[in-house]
Design a protein around this ligand. Structure first.
Ligand code: NDP
Ligand code: MG
Length: 369
Protein backbone atom coordinates (compact mmCIF):
# COMPACT_ATOMS: atom_id res chain seq x y z
CA UNK A 1 0.00 0.00 0.00
CA UNK A 2 1.18 3.53 -0.75
CA UNK A 3 2.43 5.54 2.22
CA UNK A 4 0.76 8.97 2.37
CA UNK A 5 3.51 11.43 3.27
CA UNK A 6 3.45 15.12 4.22
CA UNK A 7 6.73 17.01 3.79
CA UNK A 8 7.07 20.12 5.95
CA UNK A 9 9.93 22.42 4.95
CA UNK A 10 9.93 20.92 1.45
CA UNK A 11 12.09 23.70 -0.02
CA UNK A 12 14.97 23.17 2.42
CA UNK A 13 17.91 20.80 2.43
CA UNK A 14 16.03 17.91 4.14
CA UNK A 15 12.89 18.53 2.07
CA UNK A 16 14.69 18.59 -1.27
CA UNK A 17 16.75 15.49 -0.39
CA UNK A 18 13.51 13.68 0.46
CA UNK A 19 11.90 14.78 -2.80
CA UNK A 20 14.97 13.81 -4.81
CA UNK A 21 14.77 10.33 -3.25
CA UNK A 22 11.05 10.09 -4.07
CA UNK A 23 11.90 11.03 -7.70
CA UNK A 24 14.86 8.63 -8.01
CA UNK A 25 13.98 5.57 -5.97
CA UNK A 26 10.97 3.48 -6.70
CA UNK A 27 9.00 3.75 -3.48
CA UNK A 28 5.33 3.32 -2.73
CA UNK A 29 4.89 6.90 -1.56
CA UNK A 30 2.30 9.52 -2.39
CA UNK A 31 2.96 13.07 -1.23
CA UNK A 32 -0.29 14.47 0.11
CA UNK A 33 0.88 17.77 1.66
CA UNK A 34 3.81 20.15 1.34
CA UNK A 35 4.87 23.24 3.27
CA UNK A 36 7.36 26.06 2.90
CA UNK A 37 7.80 29.36 4.72
CA UNK A 38 8.44 31.96 2.03
CA UNK A 39 9.42 30.22 -1.19
CA UNK A 40 5.93 30.04 -2.76
CA UNK A 41 7.16 29.53 -6.31
CA UNK A 42 9.20 26.42 -5.44
CA UNK A 43 6.39 25.12 -3.20
CA UNK A 44 3.82 25.32 -6.00
CA UNK A 45 6.18 23.88 -8.56
CA UNK A 46 7.00 20.89 -6.31
CA UNK A 47 3.29 20.31 -5.63
CA UNK A 48 2.55 20.24 -9.37
CA UNK A 49 5.47 17.89 -10.08
CA UNK A 50 4.50 15.47 -7.29
CA UNK A 51 0.73 15.72 -7.93
CA UNK A 52 0.34 16.81 -4.32
CA UNK A 53 -3.15 18.24 -3.66
CA UNK A 54 -2.45 20.46 -0.60
CA UNK A 55 0.16 23.10 0.16
CA UNK A 56 0.83 25.46 3.02
CA UNK A 57 2.86 28.66 3.02
CA UNK A 58 3.52 29.65 6.62
CA UNK A 59 5.43 32.93 6.35
CA UNK A 60 3.00 35.12 4.37
CA UNK A 61 -0.45 34.98 2.80
CA UNK A 62 -0.26 32.72 -0.26
CA UNK A 63 -2.00 33.37 -3.60
CA UNK A 64 -4.68 31.06 -5.01
CA UNK A 65 -3.35 28.29 -7.26
CA UNK A 66 -5.68 26.35 -9.53
CA UNK A 67 -6.19 22.72 -8.62
CA UNK A 68 -4.45 23.08 -5.26
CA UNK A 69 -5.86 23.46 -1.75
CA UNK A 70 -3.79 26.34 -0.40
CA UNK A 71 -3.35 26.95 3.34
CA UNK A 72 -1.67 29.65 5.40
CA UNK A 73 -1.54 27.65 8.65
CA UNK A 74 -0.10 24.20 9.29
CA UNK A 75 -2.85 23.50 11.76
CA UNK A 76 -5.49 24.05 9.06
CA UNK A 77 -3.67 21.93 6.49
CA UNK A 78 -2.81 19.04 8.83
CA UNK A 79 -6.32 18.82 10.24
CA UNK A 80 -7.81 18.34 6.76
CA UNK A 81 -5.29 15.79 5.50
CA UNK A 82 -5.46 12.00 5.49
CA UNK A 83 -1.83 10.97 5.97
CA UNK A 84 0.34 8.25 7.48
CA UNK A 85 3.51 10.14 8.25
CA UNK A 86 4.85 13.69 8.39
CA UNK A 87 8.48 14.46 7.57
CA UNK A 88 9.33 17.54 9.63
CA UNK A 89 12.18 19.31 7.83
CA UNK A 90 11.36 22.77 9.18
CA UNK A 91 14.39 24.66 10.51
CA UNK A 92 14.47 25.87 14.10
CA UNK A 93 12.07 26.27 17.01
CA UNK A 94 9.12 26.75 14.61
CA UNK A 95 9.38 23.01 13.98
CA UNK A 96 8.16 22.18 17.49
CA UNK A 97 4.62 23.40 16.86
CA UNK A 98 4.56 21.46 13.58
CA UNK A 99 5.60 18.30 15.46
CA UNK A 100 2.93 18.82 18.11
CA UNK A 101 0.25 19.40 15.43
CA UNK A 102 1.31 16.32 13.46
CA UNK A 103 1.24 14.05 16.51
CA UNK A 104 -2.11 15.53 17.55
CA UNK A 105 -3.55 14.29 14.25
CA UNK A 106 -2.26 10.79 15.04
CA UNK A 107 0.35 10.89 12.25
CA UNK A 108 3.73 9.25 12.68
CA UNK A 109 6.55 11.76 12.74
CA UNK A 110 9.79 11.42 10.78
CA UNK A 111 11.69 14.04 12.69
CA UNK A 112 14.64 15.91 11.22
CA UNK A 113 13.80 18.99 13.31
CA UNK A 114 15.94 18.17 16.37
CA UNK A 115 14.77 21.41 18.03
CA UNK A 116 11.39 19.69 18.57
CA UNK A 117 13.00 17.14 20.88
CA UNK A 118 15.42 19.57 22.54
CA UNK A 119 12.63 22.06 23.32
CA UNK A 120 9.66 19.69 23.61
CA UNK A 121 11.58 17.35 25.91
CA UNK A 122 9.80 14.38 27.36
CA UNK A 123 6.32 15.82 26.82
CA UNK A 124 6.71 15.35 23.06
CA UNK A 125 7.16 11.61 23.65
CA UNK A 126 4.24 11.50 26.11
CA UNK A 127 2.19 13.32 23.53
CA UNK A 128 3.13 10.78 20.83
CA UNK A 129 2.16 7.92 23.13
CA UNK A 130 -1.17 9.55 23.96
CA UNK A 131 -1.96 9.88 20.25
CA UNK A 132 -0.62 6.45 19.35
CA UNK A 133 2.01 7.91 17.00
CA UNK A 134 5.66 7.01 16.46
CA UNK A 135 8.58 9.46 16.48
CA UNK A 136 11.28 8.30 14.07
CA UNK A 137 14.58 10.20 14.16
CA UNK A 138 15.92 11.42 10.84
CA UNK A 139 19.12 13.00 12.15
CA UNK A 140 21.80 10.69 10.70
CA UNK A 141 23.45 9.90 14.05
CA UNK A 142 20.15 9.10 15.76
CA UNK A 143 18.83 7.14 12.82
CA UNK A 144 22.02 5.05 13.03
CA UNK A 145 21.67 4.65 16.80
CA UNK A 146 18.04 3.54 16.44
CA UNK A 147 19.19 0.76 14.07
CA UNK A 148 22.06 -0.19 16.40
CA UNK A 149 20.05 -0.50 19.60
CA UNK A 150 17.53 -2.82 17.96
CA UNK A 151 17.99 -6.31 19.28
CA UNK A 152 20.04 -5.14 22.30
CA UNK A 153 18.46 -5.23 25.71
CA UNK A 154 18.62 -1.72 27.27
CA UNK A 155 20.69 -2.98 30.28
CA UNK A 156 23.32 -4.31 27.86
CA UNK A 157 23.99 -0.86 26.36
CA UNK A 158 26.99 0.78 28.03
CA UNK A 159 26.91 4.02 26.04
CA UNK A 160 25.94 5.73 22.81
CA UNK A 161 28.79 7.19 20.76
CA UNK A 162 27.78 10.11 18.56
CA UNK A 163 30.21 10.93 15.79
CA UNK A 164 30.74 14.44 14.45
CA UNK A 165 32.92 15.72 11.63
CA UNK A 166 34.38 18.48 13.82
CA UNK A 167 33.28 21.13 11.30
CA UNK A 168 35.42 23.55 9.31
CA UNK A 169 37.34 24.88 12.37
CA UNK A 170 38.45 21.52 13.75
CA UNK A 171 42.11 22.52 13.44
CA UNK A 172 41.84 26.30 13.73
CA UNK A 173 43.70 27.77 16.74
CA UNK A 174 41.43 29.60 19.19
CA UNK A 175 43.26 32.92 18.65
CA UNK A 176 41.98 32.93 15.04
CA UNK A 177 38.30 32.55 15.97
CA UNK A 178 37.70 36.32 16.06
CA UNK A 179 38.48 36.48 12.31
CA UNK A 180 36.06 33.72 11.22
CA UNK A 181 33.76 34.89 8.40
CA UNK A 182 30.20 33.78 7.67
CA UNK A 183 31.38 32.11 4.43
CA UNK A 184 33.99 30.08 6.34
CA UNK A 185 31.42 29.02 8.94
CA UNK A 186 29.02 27.88 6.21
CA UNK A 187 31.62 25.76 4.41
CA UNK A 188 30.94 22.38 6.01
CA UNK A 189 33.59 19.80 5.05
CA UNK A 190 31.31 16.77 4.50
CA UNK A 191 27.58 17.64 4.61
CA UNK A 192 25.57 20.12 2.52
CA UNK A 193 22.85 21.60 4.75
CA UNK A 194 20.79 24.71 5.56
CA UNK A 195 22.58 27.80 6.94
CA UNK A 196 21.57 27.50 10.60
CA UNK A 197 22.68 23.88 10.99
CA UNK A 198 25.88 24.60 9.03
CA UNK A 199 26.92 27.30 11.53
CA UNK A 200 25.90 24.95 14.36
CA UNK A 201 28.18 22.31 12.88
CA UNK A 202 31.04 24.80 12.90
CA UNK A 203 30.54 25.74 16.59
CA UNK A 204 29.63 22.14 17.56
CA UNK A 205 26.29 23.49 18.84
CA UNK A 206 24.76 20.98 16.44
CA UNK A 207 26.51 18.14 18.27
CA UNK A 208 25.38 19.70 21.55
CA UNK A 209 21.75 19.67 20.36
CA UNK A 210 22.28 16.07 19.22
CA UNK A 211 23.59 14.98 22.62
CA UNK A 212 20.38 16.34 24.19
CA UNK A 213 18.29 14.79 21.39
CA UNK A 214 19.93 11.38 21.97
CA UNK A 215 19.32 11.54 25.71
CA UNK A 216 15.56 12.04 25.19
CA UNK A 217 15.25 9.60 22.28
CA UNK A 218 17.04 6.73 23.98
CA UNK A 219 16.26 7.60 27.60
CA UNK A 220 19.92 7.71 28.67
CA UNK A 221 21.70 10.18 30.97
CA UNK A 222 24.68 12.39 30.06
CA UNK A 223 27.13 9.82 31.51
CA UNK A 224 26.06 7.29 28.89
CA UNK A 225 26.57 9.54 25.87
CA UNK A 226 29.98 10.02 24.28
CA UNK A 227 31.05 12.21 21.36
CA UNK A 228 33.94 11.40 19.07
CA UNK A 229 35.23 13.55 16.23
CA UNK A 230 35.38 11.61 12.97
CA UNK A 231 36.22 14.00 10.12
CA UNK A 232 35.26 11.64 7.26
CA UNK A 233 31.60 11.28 8.44
CA UNK A 234 31.53 7.63 7.31
CA UNK A 235 30.71 6.12 10.71
CA UNK A 236 27.32 7.65 11.46
CA UNK A 237 27.33 6.59 15.13
CA UNK A 238 28.16 3.66 17.40
CA UNK A 239 27.01 1.90 20.53
CA UNK A 240 29.19 0.35 23.19
CA UNK A 241 27.77 -2.73 24.90
CA UNK A 242 28.57 -4.03 28.38
CA UNK A 243 30.63 -6.93 27.03
CA UNK A 244 33.11 -4.43 25.56
CA UNK A 245 31.98 -4.68 21.93
CA UNK A 246 31.30 -1.61 19.77
CA UNK A 247 28.76 -1.64 16.94
CA UNK A 248 28.85 0.99 14.18
CA UNK A 249 26.64 2.06 11.32
CA UNK A 250 28.65 3.17 8.29
CA UNK A 251 27.84 4.68 4.93
CA UNK A 252 28.52 7.60 2.64
CA UNK A 253 27.51 10.95 4.19
CA UNK A 254 24.13 11.27 2.47
CA UNK A 255 20.85 12.14 4.22
CA UNK A 256 18.92 9.99 1.71
CA UNK A 257 19.48 6.94 3.91
CA UNK A 258 18.05 8.24 7.22
CA UNK A 259 15.23 10.14 5.48
CA UNK A 260 14.02 7.19 3.41
CA UNK A 261 14.50 4.73 6.29
CA UNK A 262 12.17 6.89 8.37
CA UNK A 263 9.51 6.92 5.66
CA UNK A 264 9.45 3.34 4.36
CA UNK A 265 10.67 -0.13 5.30
CA UNK A 266 13.25 -1.99 3.25
CA UNK A 267 14.57 0.87 1.10
CA UNK A 268 16.88 -0.38 -1.67
CA UNK A 269 20.19 1.05 -2.99
CA UNK A 270 19.75 4.32 -1.14
CA UNK A 271 23.39 5.40 -1.06
CA UNK A 272 26.59 4.65 -2.98
CA UNK A 273 28.23 1.47 -1.62
CA UNK A 274 31.34 1.95 0.50
CA UNK A 275 34.68 0.94 -0.96
CA UNK A 276 36.71 0.04 2.13
CA UNK A 277 39.99 -0.06 0.21
CA UNK A 278 39.67 3.68 -0.44
CA UNK A 279 38.80 4.66 3.12
CA UNK A 280 41.02 6.00 5.81
CA UNK A 281 39.02 6.57 8.96
CA UNK A 282 40.26 8.64 11.88
CA UNK A 283 38.83 9.47 15.30
CA UNK A 284 39.75 12.22 17.78
CA UNK A 285 38.62 13.53 21.14
CA UNK A 286 36.51 16.69 20.89
CA UNK A 287 38.28 19.84 22.07
CA UNK A 288 35.90 21.11 24.73
CA UNK A 289 38.03 24.21 25.35
CA UNK A 290 37.84 25.52 21.80
CA UNK A 291 34.24 24.32 21.40
CA UNK A 292 32.62 25.09 24.77
CA UNK A 293 29.04 24.72 23.49
CA UNK A 294 29.55 20.96 23.28
CA UNK A 295 30.62 20.85 26.92
CA UNK A 296 27.54 22.92 27.77
CA UNK A 297 25.25 20.16 26.42
CA UNK A 298 26.42 17.71 29.08
CA UNK A 299 25.88 20.22 31.89
CA UNK A 300 22.44 21.11 30.46
CA UNK A 301 21.45 17.43 30.61
CA UNK A 302 22.38 17.33 34.28
CA UNK A 303 20.28 20.43 35.04
CA UNK A 304 16.54 19.97 35.08
CA UNK A 305 14.17 22.75 34.06
CA UNK A 306 14.36 24.67 30.82
CA UNK A 307 18.11 24.91 30.19
CA UNK A 308 17.89 22.92 26.92
CA UNK A 309 15.11 25.19 25.68
CA UNK A 310 17.12 28.28 26.62
CA UNK A 311 20.20 26.89 24.89
CA UNK A 312 18.27 26.35 21.68
CA UNK A 313 16.72 29.83 21.81
CA UNK A 314 20.06 31.51 22.58
CA UNK A 315 21.74 29.59 19.80
CA UNK A 316 19.09 30.57 17.24
CA UNK A 317 19.31 34.25 18.12
CA UNK A 318 23.11 34.28 18.21
CA UNK A 319 23.54 32.30 14.96
CA UNK A 320 21.18 34.55 12.98
CA UNK A 321 22.94 37.63 14.41
CA UNK A 322 26.26 36.17 13.24
CA UNK A 323 24.79 35.27 9.82
CA UNK A 324 23.56 38.87 9.46
CA UNK A 325 27.11 40.11 10.09
CA UNK A 326 26.06 41.85 13.33
CA UNK A 327 28.40 39.96 15.69
CA UNK A 328 31.68 38.07 15.56
CA UNK A 329 32.06 34.33 16.08
CA UNK A 330 33.35 34.72 19.68
CA UNK A 331 30.51 37.18 20.50
CA UNK A 332 28.01 34.59 19.22
CA UNK A 333 29.45 31.90 21.51
CA UNK A 334 29.70 34.23 24.51
CA UNK A 335 26.06 35.38 24.20
CA UNK A 336 24.91 31.74 24.36
CA UNK A 337 27.12 30.97 27.37
CA UNK A 338 25.91 34.09 29.20
CA UNK A 339 22.26 33.20 28.56
CA UNK A 340 22.87 29.82 30.19
CA UNK A 341 24.34 31.46 33.31
CA UNK A 342 20.76 32.09 34.42
CA UNK A 343 19.27 29.20 36.41
CA UNK A 344 16.52 28.16 33.93
CA UNK A 345 15.15 25.85 36.60
CA UNK A 346 11.45 26.08 35.67
CA UNK A 347 10.46 23.16 33.45
CA UNK A 348 7.68 24.01 30.98
CA UNK A 349 4.57 21.91 31.49
CA UNK A 350 2.68 23.06 28.41
CA UNK A 351 3.33 24.32 24.91
CA UNK A 352 2.27 27.85 25.99
CA UNK A 353 4.88 27.82 28.76
CA UNK A 354 7.48 26.58 26.32
CA UNK A 355 6.71 29.55 24.05
CA UNK A 356 6.99 32.00 26.96
CA UNK A 357 10.33 30.59 28.15
CA UNK A 358 11.66 30.56 24.58
CA UNK A 359 10.75 34.26 24.26
CA UNK A 360 12.40 35.07 27.60
CA UNK A 361 15.65 33.34 26.59
CA UNK A 362 15.69 35.09 23.20
CA UNK A 363 15.29 38.51 24.82
CA UNK A 364 18.13 37.78 27.23
CA UNK A 365 20.45 36.65 24.43
CA UNK A 366 19.60 39.76 22.38
CA UNK A 367 20.61 41.90 25.36
CA UNK A 368 24.10 40.36 25.17
CA UNK A 369 24.59 41.00 21.45
P1 NDP B 1 16.83 24.65 5.56
O1 NDP B 1 17.10 26.01 6.08
O2 NDP B 1 17.56 24.18 4.35
O3 NDP B 1 15.25 24.48 5.26
C1 NDP B 1 14.29 24.89 6.16
C2 NDP B 1 12.89 24.64 5.64
O4 NDP B 1 11.96 25.09 6.62
C3 NDP B 1 12.55 25.41 4.37
O5 NDP B 1 11.61 24.67 3.62
C4 NDP B 1 11.90 26.70 4.90
O6 NDP B 1 10.99 27.30 3.95
C5 NDP B 1 11.15 26.16 6.11
N1 NDP B 1 11.04 27.15 7.19
C6 NDP B 1 11.97 28.06 7.59
N2 NDP B 1 11.51 28.80 8.62
C7 NDP B 1 10.27 28.34 8.89
C8 NDP B 1 9.25 28.72 9.83
N3 NDP B 1 9.44 29.70 10.72
N4 NDP B 1 8.08 28.04 9.81
C9 NDP B 1 7.86 27.04 8.93
N5 NDP B 1 8.79 26.65 8.00
C10 NDP B 1 9.97 27.28 7.99
O7 NDP B 1 17.07 23.66 6.79
P2 NDP B 1 17.58 22.13 6.76
O8 NDP B 1 16.78 21.34 5.77
O9 NDP B 1 19.05 22.09 6.70
O10 NDP B 1 17.20 21.66 8.24
C11 NDP B 1 15.86 21.41 8.63
C12 NDP B 1 15.85 20.71 9.97
O11 NDP B 1 16.46 19.43 9.84
C13 NDP B 1 16.65 21.44 11.06
O12 NDP B 1 16.02 21.25 12.28
C14 NDP B 1 18.00 20.73 11.07
O13 NDP B 1 18.64 20.78 12.32
C15 NDP B 1 17.56 19.29 10.75
N6 NDP B 1 18.58 18.48 10.12
C16 NDP B 1 19.08 18.84 8.90
C17 NDP B 1 20.07 18.08 8.28
C18 NDP B 1 20.57 18.43 6.91
O14 NDP B 1 21.31 17.64 6.34
N7 NDP B 1 20.21 19.55 6.35
C19 NDP B 1 20.62 16.88 8.96
C20 NDP B 1 20.00 16.58 10.21
C21 NDP B 1 19.02 17.35 10.77
P3 NDP B 1 11.49 28.43 2.88
O15 NDP B 1 12.45 27.75 1.96
O16 NDP B 1 10.25 28.86 2.20
O17 NDP B 1 12.14 29.49 3.71
MG1 MG C 1 23.19 15.02 12.69
Amino acid sequence: MEKRVVILGCTGSIGTTAIQAIRDKKMAISVVGLSAHSNEEALVSLARELCCPSICLTGSKPSKHSGLSVFNSLSDMLSTLEADIVLNGIAGFAGLEASVLSLQQGFDLALANKESIVCGGSYLFDFAKAHNSKIIAVDSEHSALAELVQGQSPEHIESLILTGSGGPFRNLPADQFAHITVEQALAHPTWKMGKKISVDSATLANKALEVIEASYLFGLPAEKIEVVIHPQSIVHSMIRTCDGAVYAQMGMPDMTLPIVNALVDNGKNLVRPLDFTKLSLTFEKPDYQRFPLLALAFSILKRKGSAALAFNAADEVAVYTFLDGRCTYPQMIRAIEKTLEKSWDRAPSSFAETLALDREARELTRSYL
